[in-house]
Design a protein around this ligand. Sequence first.
Ligand code: FUB
Ligand code: ZN
Length: 653
Amino acid sequence: MCRAGQRTMGQIFHGSRISNIEITDTLFGGYLTLVAEKIVPYQWNILNGKVAGAKISHCMENFRIAAGEREGQHSGVVFGDTDAYKWLETVAYCIANGKGAGLEPLADTLIELIGRAQESDGYLNTYYTIDHPSEKWTNLAEGHELYNAGHLIEAAVAYYRATGKTALLDIAVKCADLICRIFGADGEKPDGCPGHPEIELALIKLRDATQNDAYLGMARHFVRVRGASPNYLLDELERLADNRIFPEFVDYDAKYAQTHLPPVEQTSAEGHAVRAMYLYSAMADLAAVCEDADLAAACAVLWDNVTRKKMYITGGIGASAYLERFTADYDLPNDRMYCESCASVGLMMFGQRMASLTGKAAFYDEVERALCNTVLGGVAMTGDRYFYVNPLEVWPPNCLPSTSMAHVKPVRQKWFDVACCPTNIARTLASLGQYIYAENDEALYVNMLISSRILTELNGGTLTVTVDSTFMRDGRVNISVSSDRPQKIRVRIPRYFANPHFASSVAFPEPGADGYTELSAPGGTHTFCLQGEVTPAFFASNEQVRADAGRLALVMGPYVYCLEEADNGGNLANIFVKPETEIEVGRSCEDIPGSLPLLHFGGERVTKAIEEDGDLYGTPLFRRTGTRLTAVPYGLWNNRTPGEMTVWLKALL
Ligand code: FUB
Ligand code: ZN
């Protein structure tokens, strides 16, 4: 039995409606403004091919051609349409945040164009409409039709919720209805499973918005047929022989798209990292909505495998640049990894859903890790440059084109041929409120201690909660609650928030087994002054992580810190630090947004390693000098003079 999107006991809703939330935090509030004022206009220009010197996006042009308003062929990647959909989704969140009213006319124009590009039966995909109309639905492994539809649906639901307008929702419904007609379990229809998961989680959202259970059934079906034998996607690729889209799919295996086993039987994260995250997110949704214990158990095992064996300290995932995929447990190289921004967005999505499914706060440790480090790191403070790949160690001269390091860019880029990440980062930052707050019938949940305000309705009353957080400076978080009746506010106390107590002498309620501390607001206005200790500390990796053996990473709160050449000079590989080194919490840097403190500490720099001057190898002769080092938050690196960077430092043991 699958429940509609009602709130149920013990179950936390994904997140609160973001239109009720204002983010006041210096860092994240700043990014939300940046998204509305800079990123969205910049990306609009990009999608219209109007930014000089950037990789050319053919996104809008493809829609115009598909609509019959221009002559030409489809250009760019098969999933290029999704850049427009994620742009629209971002605009929807900006409008919901109260920052995007000026963007609405532009968005409406695009929605009209998308409507004109849609075929009469609901089909919508510019690649197939323009150049391959006879090949629709024949290459689910590579063609991305269902993936594109998923992003269309997500945008449509977001835009409908933000504006109440139904034009995009109507387009999405028409497309979803076509998909429901084409695929399904009635024996007449193909058992095809999506080559890139995304449609599943989108259909669940669409069911929530329309109350049409057919979409939930379709999402369930797509998860059920995955991993069935014979393998639909492998058979399809074999059938296609030379008529393939991606040359690298010569190495396509069942694990790549998580079709090696039925999802419910999968126990380790395999294959393409973004595909995996989107699939697991849908599995967690279905486990919750359909009360499917087996699916919930599989999600828990997969989550553990990712976060305990395959995740970087920065919340990056996907170690192999080749095929953008997971590799072996503990294989976490720092300089040639992948860590696609979208994969960390996906980790946030999966973690949010796991918290919702289980009611446990700890999932937000990793959501926050991904957000504060890799996702933030994916965008420049100017909003017009992006990382697709997020290295933990960069030596710019070896990031050479036409080598195995070509994927690692030492500076953020204006755009990409495959440009999934910039719009994904934008929609995630713009919808941050849904990650901060969640609600069920019992309580309001504060999942991240980010300064913000929510106005909502709970237990038949109105409730305003204001979080005023300066914990990175002084360990303080004030939570003010105004309500017309008693209410419960359940606050995640993060691992890094040590010795939590109230600033007054009132006893602090210990967090429960679920990791939440319950604050009982009596009604009226009441402020809880939380005080904790947030201090910087060095972390090491499990000894199975070869790449980090004998190394230290500096962490404060949810932020991983790194050394940049701009503060510490070059050749950072020659820096050594004692684990017991005292760390000084310094001032913030004016050139870096958010007022986060810089961290300073002493280390040793090897200035000579061999006796023989200029030789490549020689007799060991280590000379070292003391050096004062400055670390900056990794999520904000590369916002000043470019150069070397490293997260992991060698330990002087
Ligand atoms: O295939 C669509 C998107 O393009 C994936 O999610 C990214 O990894 C990139 O390959
Ligand atoms: Zn991406």
